[in-house]
Design a protein around this ligand. Structure first.
Ligand code: NAD
Length: 337
């Protein structure tokens, strides 16, 4: 069912301190929708709330909350805080957007990193659905919007760059959301679900993910920590792609990481603000499947047409091409996406 307007509604946005989450909050507020945003980074989400609220039309309220979505007790506390601060007994929209990368290799990476990524990207979405579904039902016209990724249907970043924890979680988010379509239709028709699958969107997700895994800022990282972030197989792939010099030093790796984060943010085909507009337009149109970006649409079409070729990078590149302008899958630096 399409939504005419978000005005007068209350939206919950997780991961509202940065990137697409911050832009969702800004745009919703500008359109007259109150919002409760949460983030692991309390300072960042406070900035989102203050700036979005200041620019919003009268009657809109925007609140920021500290919450780790991978901890159900914190999600429950977030729910209580926002109901009290917004003086409501229901919410109309839930954007389960918070996410991090990491735990790329099931074989080589630490179990802690793998499980931390999976906990945020899957359990965070699951807990938010559990906690907020009754409030969406109470709205009488609720929408649950879960963010997956191109890695929810294509489980790699390319040659030498496995992406197992993130992809596993994002496949789960997509499967869960699709399974909810019939469940909600049958058992809670007051609510619909949409799954968002962005391609490359310009955000600070790389730096934020490192922080979320407990690593210090880049300049403070030890050589061993930097080498852990870009393991040997990824280094080899980056050397082949001409993005790292042969025999790269820890200094080279540090510079490469800083450049990769800046390039990922600044050279993306789509900004976070443009992506948020696509997401909100999709929700407004009543779509359940929201692909964000031309790259996401092309990879989606290619892996649907030729699933067996999905991990044959040369073949996939040929299928995605004809599209010289598109970023070729498999040539991106080691980023979540
Ligand atoms: N940027 C891309 O290219 C891209 C592509 C596909 C999917 N996505 C997905 O889009 C969503 C938004 O990503 P983004 O690129 O805007 O990233 P971002 O890093 O700019 O924003 C994500 C926010 O989530 C917060 N966060 C991290 N862990 C959290 C936790 N446990 N609890 C609460 N908040 C937490 C971070 O602090 C950050 O503010 C994520 O789910 C990501 O996986 C991003």
């Amino acid at each position: 069912m399409a939504v005419d307007s978000f005005a007068g509604k209350l939206a919950v946005v997780t991961g509202g301190g940065s990137g697409m989450g911050r832009e969702l909050v800004r745009q919703l507020a500008a359109q007259g929708c109150s919002a409760a945003a949460c983030d692991l980074n309390a300072e960042a989400v406070a900035v989102t709330a203050a700036t979005s609220w200041a620019a919003a039309p009268p009657g809109v309220r925007v609140t920021g909350h500290a919450c780790d979505v991978s901890d159900e007790a914190q999600v429950l506390r977030f729910r209580e805080e926002l109901l009290e601060q917004h003086a409501r007994d229901h919410v109309d929209l839930v954007f389960s957007n918070a996410g991090i990368g990491g735990g790329g290799s099931f074989v080589k990476d630490s179990r802690d990193d793998w499980e931390r990524t999976f906990a945020v990207d899957w359990w965070g979405v699951y807990y938010c659905a559990r906690v907020f579904l009754p409030l969406l039902i109470a709205s009488g016209d609720g929408v649950l919007v879960n963010t997956s990724s191109v890695n929810g249907f294509w489980a790699t970043l390319g040659p030498g760059m496995p992406h197992t924890a993130y992809s596993t979680a994002k496949f789960a988010v997509k499967g869960f959301s699709e399974a909810l379509i019939e469940d909600l239709r049958t058992n809670a028709p007051q609510v619909r679900v949409a799954v968002v699958m962005p391609g490359h969107v310009g955000t600070d997700i790389l730096a934020n993910s490192l922080r979320a895994h407990g690593l210090p800022e880049l300049e403070q990282m030890s050589d061993a920590q930097v080498a852990d972030v870009i393991p040997p197989a990824a280094q080899a792939a980056l050397i082949r792609a001409g993005m790292l010099p042969e025999g790269a030093s820890p200094g080279d790796l540090r510079r490469m990481l800083a450049r990769a984060n800046a390039d990922f943010r600044d050279k993306a085909p789509l900004s976070a603000a443009a992506a948020a507009t696509v997401i909100l337009d999709g929700v407004r149109s009543g779509a359940w499947r929201i692909l964000v970006g031309e790259d996401a649409r092309k990879v989606d079409a290619a892996v649907r047409a030729h699933p067996e070729a999905a991990y044959d990078y040369a073949e996939l590149r040929r299928m995605v091409a004809g599209t010289a302008a598109a970023k070729t899958p498999g040539q991106q630096p080691a980023q979540p996406g």
